[in-house]
Write a protein that binds this ligand. Structure first.
Ligand SMILES: [Zn+2]
Length: 467
């Protein structure tokens, strides 16, 4: 089977061919750990989680690296504002990021390097770039700065973003400085004088800290080699971040054309409730807060219902709809808990959508076809086949991995009834009904409903779910 992916570098959908037979190496830019992850930050994590699940089915060896940016001016600013130490902020935020992403059903990457643990490698790369004439040290007012010389790359700079010279310059102006030899040049290293109380490391250019782009060039090479297969991230990273990563990595001998990442994949933007997310509009959703209201799996499904390259409008209504869809899946699975699904590879049909540039909406529609077959199955053999097909296809998307009972029972909301209390009330209701005390039975049903618990009486007894 052929895997097709949209490659940002070539600007079209191409057939994926790994550099080494049977082995795929992929690097995705991870979070800057200064604040809780918002739902836009979760999108690339979920997208590339599904993608690496697929790759693992197709290739014997997959190495997935996603970094943690734990040195950044946003972190420094957060520390200054709150008084919390930088280390406390980065450790706390990293822990919550891990918990939140696990709650969305994401598997951890194979390697998760932290920028601060690779400063020596960054200093080496800066030295190499200076030596080869691709970077220069600032003088006078700019002392302690090292800048990448964009004109030293010739026409190769800008080939990922396809921006023209004036657009590149306009984009680079964010960090405009009078000491740049060329307005498109960007910072590799900047000073951290001890009196500023900022993180800093001794270097040949004085005590300083790295520019943001440097770490991904260094850590991708360390874990994947100078030439690897796929580099991914959000579309907003194409310029300047990824363009600058290419500049740093290909100028130092990685081979100008063949070096660094062979393919580039980028997920589209995310809006919330039809607008750009912003704290002032009240549509700024952190994953942490959403998880108080919705199951992680519903958030995951809501993110996957839009193709990864398309802009995604994330809404609470859409999230409620995703939860109802999962209720439908788990409801069907709950009826066949005694049917044993066979250990199985996902059917070719379930892979078809994902092989075509990770078409998750198509893969999800396949799940709905499997659900229909499961609901229609009326003998043991077809039930086994339908359940097997549904679960193995869903696993590829990281969905439907929970016990159906656990899905419906969920977590008690604060002050609500926990599962043991609900089970006890249901048992009491059963005894009341056996004794023909229907009044007490109805009281208990009403009591449970007031607590958001719905009962379903069936042939095999009473089951319940949270509203
Ligand atoms: Zn990066």
């Amino acid at each position: 089977m052929t895997l097709m992916i949209h490659d940002t570098l070539r600007g079209k959908k191409v057939k994926f061919r790994p550099r080494k037979k049977g082995e795929v190496r992929i690097y995705v830019c991870g979070p800057t750990v200064y604040d809780l992850a918002h739902i836009g930050n979760a999108r690339p994590v979920v997208v590339f989680d599904v993608f690496t699940r697929l790759l693992r089915r197709l290739y014997p060896k997959v190495t997935y690296v996603r970094n943690i940016t734990d040195v950044d001016d946003k972190i420094n600013a957060a520390a200054k504002e709150t008084g919390e130490s930088i280390q406390a902020i980065t450790e706390r935020t990293t822990k919550i990021f891990h918990d939140d992403m696990a709650a969305l059903g994401n598997l951890p990457p194979d390697e998760e390097p932290k920028a601060t643990e690779h400063i020596d490698g960054m200093k080496d790369l800066v030295a190499k770039l200076i030596e080869s004439g691709h970077a220069y040290e600032g003088t006078g007012e700019a002392e302690g700065h090292v800048l990448f010389s964009v004109p030293s790359m010739g026409d190769d700079y800008g080939k990922l973003s396809k921006l023209k010279r004036d657009e590149l310059v306009a984009g680079a102006r964010v960090e405009a400085a009078p000491y740049k030899q060329d307005p498109a040049d960007f910072i590799l290293w900047k000073p951290s004088p001890i009196e500023d109380d900022l993180p800093g490391w001794d270097s040949p250019w004085g005590r300083g800290r790295p520019g943001w782009h440097l770490e991904c060039s260094v850590m991708s090479e360390k874990f994947l080699g100078p030439e690897f297969d796929i580099h991914g991230g959000g579309q907003d990273l194409i310029f300047p971040h990824h363009e600058n990563e290419i500049a740093q990595s290909t100028c130092t001998g990685g081979g100008k054309d063949g070096g660094f990442a062979k393919y580039w994949m980028h997920n589209g933007y995310l809006m919330a409730e039809g607008e750009k997310m912003s704290k002032s509009l009240g549509n700024f959703y952190t994953v942490h807060e959403l998880l108080d209201e919705f199951p992680g799996e519903a958030i995951r499904l809501a993110l996957l219902k839009t193709h990864y390259r398309q802009p995604l409008d994330f809404t609470k209504d859409g999230l409620a709809e995703a939860k109802r869809e999962l209720d439908g899946f788990y409801g069907a699975l709950r009826k066949v808990t005694d049917v044993r699904a066979l250990p199985s590879e996902p059917s070719p049909a379930s892979k078809v959508g994902l092989l075509d540039d990770l078409n998750t909406p198509l893969a999800i529609s396949h799940l709905h076809r499997c659900l229909k077959l499961l609901n229609e199955a009326n003998d043991e053999g077809s039930k086994v086949a339908a359940k097997t097909n549904l679960l193995s296809s869903a696993e590829l998307l990281g969905l439907l991995g929970q016990d159906p009972e656990a899905w419906f029972k969920g977590e008690a909301s604060e002050g609500g009834l926990d599962a043991a209390a609900i089970d006890a009330l249901i048992a009491e209701r059963g005894r009341a009904r056996e004794n023909k005390d229907f009044k007490r039975g109805d009281e208990i049903r009403d009591e449970l409903e007031k607590n958001g618990v719905l009962l379903e009486d069936g042939a095999q007894g009473t089951t319940w779910k949270r509203k």
